[in-house]
Write a protein that binds this ligand. Structure first.
Ligand SMILES: Nc1nc2c(c(=O)[nH]1)N[C@@H](CN(C=O)c1ccc(C(=O)N[C@@H](CCC(=O)O)C(=O)O)cc1)CN2
Length: 288
């Protein structure tokens, strides 16, 4: 069996075009363009690349993007002061603080300071609680992107057995809540789970978010399963490096029904869903 490749780049492009069309309609109706403020603290090269991608994606979709670059020595107090200023700036609809932060800034404290109505990352405890309770709110972009990929690939997922591997607050836990809210039957596995191959063998849907290169092997999978690989791991290859996921891709393609590649799977959906969340936040704020 050779699985279908789930083309995250193409699906993300469609979602970004949908957001762009909605923004055009909004501005034609006399509203200002939604505005996303991105805060980058320090010099992490990968974070700088992601922030640039976000700025480009905003511009292409007709959103206003603001960038705040702060030095690696920024204190938590100064970062919180910037978040406060963005919270009270009425022309800002979405606030995103790029992670990871330098050690002197506690991510939990910073995230908790963001106005939940502008929390386009969906990381604020209030939004996390709303998602867990099945209430509407802003949802973390990576799990939301995974759900969009699943519904594009499978249609409905009600009743499906889904395995989420990873219990982080950024991916695993919100992913499980999203799947439960779609009436899937959900298992969450993690580093202490006893028999991961046996859990994987039962799953119609596997979401791999463990951060360990190629840990999930093809022979573990149920034939025909849909595999969403959230991992982005940089591994040595020849003289340089390459990106691999948490799933052994070539093996998975032999057994699964559909698989996301790395790169080009979940990653592009994260940024497309950030645009979607910014539009959602702007629309909700305009209605209040
Ligand atoms: N505040 C946040 N910080 C971080 C988040 C987040 O959602 N909010 N997620 C990641 C980084 N990230 C976005 O910020 C992100 C990571 C990867 C990709 C992506 O498209 N990856 C490509 C491969 C890129 C490469 O070549 O290195 C892919 O998978 O195809 C987009 C966004 C941590 N921080």
């Amino acid at each position: 069996m050779t699985a279908t490749l789930i083309d995250g780049k193409a699906i993300a492009a469609t979602l970004r075009a949908d957001v762009a069309a909605a923004v055009t309609a909004r501005t034609a109706a006399g509203h200002r363009a939604p505005c996303l403020a991105v805060v980058l603290v320090g010099d992490d090269p990968a974070s700088a690349v992601y922030v640039r991608s976000k700025a480009r994606a905003c511009a292409e979709a007709g959103l206003r993007g603001l960038e705040h670059r702060l030095p690696a020595t920024t204190t938590e107090t100064d970062l919180l002061a910037l978040v406060d200023a963005l919270n009270t700036n009425d022309s800002v609809d979405g606030i995103l603080v790029q992670l990871p932060l330098p050690p002197q800034c506690r991510a939990d404290a910073v995230i908790a300071r963001i106005d939940p109505a502008k929390d386009v990352d969906g990381f604020h405890p209030l939004n996390a609680g709303r998602l867990a309770a099945g209430l509407p709110g802003l949802v973390p972009c990576t799990p939301l992107g995974c759900l969009r990929l699943l519904t594009r690939t499978l249609g409905g997922i009600a009743g499906a057995e889904a395995l989420v591997i990873g219990r982080s607050t950024i991916v695993g836990r919100p992913m499980a809540s999203l799947l439960i809210n779609e009436s899937a039957t959900v298992t969450i596995a993690h580093s202490r789970s006893r028999d991961l191959p046996a859990l994987t063998a039962r799953a119609d849907i596997v979401i791999a978010a463990v951060g360990r290169p190629e840990m999930i092997r093809g022979p573990w999978l149920k034939p025909g399963a849909t595999v969403i690989d959230v991992g982005i791991n940089r591994v040595a290859s020849g003289d340089g490096h390459k990106l691999v996921g948490d799933v052994a891709f070539a093996e998975a393609m032999e057994v699964a029904g559909a698989v996301t590649p790395v790169p080009g799977g979940v990653g592009p959906m994260t940024i497309a869903c950030l645009l979607e969340n910014t539009l959602t936040a702007a629309t909700a704020r305009a209605a209040t």
